[in-house]
Design a protein around this ligand. Structure first.
Ligand code: B16
Ligand code: MG
Length: 219
């Protein structure tokens, strides 16, 4: 019997470009706190949990004297702003080439999972009509440790019953590439080579990307 393979997809920045909505929502908070939050700084928030993202944002703004209660309020405010955006998205938000690539994975008998840090993953999957497409969905509600901890990807492999060495992670965040390495899985960086250089392969997006070329990473 041939060995089972799994492809595990990050959500924000890989399947849909909701990363921009996280950024916009954090910018509102930063503006209220009186500092500018740059796109470059935002890179280090990608793939990171909501509370950890808030800590990093406050750090960028040099803000230290904030109670835990206030932090929880701020995170809730950011999430409300973010949810206003994601409740507007439709299947048209699926990034170019993703749909074809995922269907090809399924045709070739590859198991597919979602491995996202987001607690809003279920809402996004419903908005884009992807709620039934993955064999396993591991999101921010199911893990204790956020990327670069490998928990999310190891849980996905476990649920799919596929060995980590037979899994490939698709990620747009540096933290996600590191998580893949720690999980002893191969990784495909989706985005900029200068940012994702640690990945085993980097693609600008899924257009014209062949499943067979990705499988070669496992040989
Ligand atoms: P939420 P991913 C991550 O999703 C985002 O990249 C990151 O920017 C965000 O802070 C995190 O989810 C938590 O999201 O506030 O919706 O729980 O890239 O791992 O799919
Ligand atoms: Mg991401």
């Amino acid at each position: 019997m041939e060995k089972e393979l799994a492809f595990i997809f990050d959500l924000d920045g890989v399947i849909v470009d909701t990363a921009i909505y996280h950024y916009k929502a954090w910018c509102v908070l930063a503006g209220e706190l009186g500092f500018e939050f740059t796109e470059e700084q935002n890179e280090s928030l990608k793939g990171v949990s909501r509370m950890e993202s808030l800590e990093r944002l406050l750090n960028f703004g040099g803000i230290t004297d904030i109670s835990d209660e206030r932090k929880i309020e701020m995170a809730a405010q950011k999430n409300a702003l973010y949810r206003d955006y994601i409740l507007q998205i439709t299947p048209e938000a699926i990034l170019p080439g993703v749909d074809v690539f995922i269907k090809e994975c399924l045709n070739q008998g590859i198991k597919i999972a979602l491995g996202s840090a987001s607690k809003n993953a279920k809402t996004i999957l419903e908005q884009i009509a992807y709620q039934d497409i993955f064999h396993a969905v591991i999101d921010g509600n199911k893990v204790k440790n956020s990327k670069p901890d490998p928990e999310v990807f190891l849980n996905a492999a476990n649920e799919l019953k596929v060995q980590p060495e037979n899994c490939i992670i698709f990620e747009d965040a540096e933290a996600g590439i590191e998580a893949a390495k720690r999980a002893k899985m191969k990784s495909v960086g989706v985005g900029d080579k200068n940012i994702l250089g640690e990945a085993d392969m980097v693609i600008p997006g899924f257009v014209d990307v062949q499943v067979v070329d990705c499988i070669k990473l496992l040989n």
